[in-house]
Design a protein around this ligand. Structure first.
Ligand code: KPL
Length: 310
């Protein structure tokens, strides 16, 4: 895999990877149809690395399909991914691996089903990145990234893709069961993100809140039932609650991605987190009222924000 690594989605996660991958090896692809797009030949920003050192980063924009990359990383929001790929994928060489970094579940499966012949992979990452202001990205929490194949043609390219990503110096591993990894992360996001968005608080502050305490055990029971119906590693509701609370404590000062989306007026990923669990629960005939309630409350907050209702 000698060519360039292209990144679709120049948000915090995309900028994090671009900042760690070797200079000259990486480029951003403008979102198809985005009028703003590059405007300039390169995107310039500063990256505050985890070791506290801040470095200037300059990443060129790939504008011509003739610049076809050897690897595509997709770091768009879950809800934008399929439509963003719809015009881009036909321009890529059929053997270019596509690595999906979306939160939650559902969007990755839609992409794999849309292009079953292509090498499509999913990544599950615990790297934390945020953009406190435009032009400045912070690597807020050091994590691990697992990558696994979603389509058959992705299986033989898994090792080369992992090697290419490992040139970033970030911790990256091949996953034989990426489905389980995605579920493990989904469980955490399902227990933290919606509560932070509804309560308008940082991750650690949900723990002492009455609304969280009223619903968390029922939520964990619903998740445990859906996990076993989906054929995932079975977990007890108590273990699920421990995992959620462990991450809420270790990321206590974080603004979750969902609260950050809300604060910036962006569409949230609720449909791919609690909405996805509710949808899978219903498919298995499992009652999922708490997942549904959290989904509807976050959707309502977004609708109110759009309508300008306080
Ligand atoms: O992944 C996260 C997110 O905000 O989406 C957590 C783990 C909740 C950390 O903020």
């Amino acid at each position: 895999m000698n060519g360039r690594i292209a990144i679709l989605g120049a948000g915090a996660l995309g900028q994090l990877w671009a900042g760690y991958l070797p200079d000259g090896k990486v480029a951003f692809i403008p979102r198809p149809g985005s009028s703003g797009g590059p405007g300039k030949a390169a995107l310039e920003y500063t990256l505050e690395r985890f070791d506290g050192v801040t470095i200037p980063v300059t990443v060129p924009w790939l504008t011509s399909p003739a610049d076809s990359p050897s690897l595509l990383l997709v770091t768009t929001k879950a809800g934008d991914t399929l439509s963003a790929l719809e015009t881009l994928v036909p321009e890529l060489s059929p053997d270019t691996p596509i690595v999906l970094f979306q939160n939650g579940m559902g969007s990755q499966q839609s992409v794999a089903e849309r292009w079953p012949q292509r090498p499509v992979l999913a990544a599950s990452t615990t790297e934390g990145a945020n953009r406190p202001e435009p032009g400045h990205t912070v690597h807020a929490g050091r994590g691990q990234t697992w990558v696994g194949a979603l389509t058959d043609s992705a299986k033989p390219v898994l090792e080369p893709v992992v090697r290419a990503l490992a040139t970033s110096g970030l911790a990256i591993h091949p996953a034989t069961d990426i489905h389980q990894r995605l579920w493990d992360k989904l469980v955490i996001n399902a227990g933290i993100n919606a509560f932070t968005a509804i309560l308008n608080c940082r991750n650690g502050d949900i723990l002492g809140n009455g609304f969280y305490q009223q619903h968390i055990d029922d939520l964990c029971r619903e998740i445990a039932a859906v996990l076993s119906a989906e054929g995932c590693q079975p977990l007890t509701p108590a273990t699920i609650r421990e995992r959620i609370e462990g991450v809420a404590r270790s990321t206590a000062k974080n603004t979750s991605s969902m609260l950050s989306d809300r604060q910036q007026g962006r569409t949230t990923e609720i449909d791919f987190i609690n909405g996805y669990i509710a949808h899978r629960g219903q498919a298995h005939g499992i009652d999922v009222p708490v997942n549904q309630m959290l989904t509807e409350q976050v959707q309502q907050l977004s609708a109110d924000a759009k309508a300008g209702t306080p």
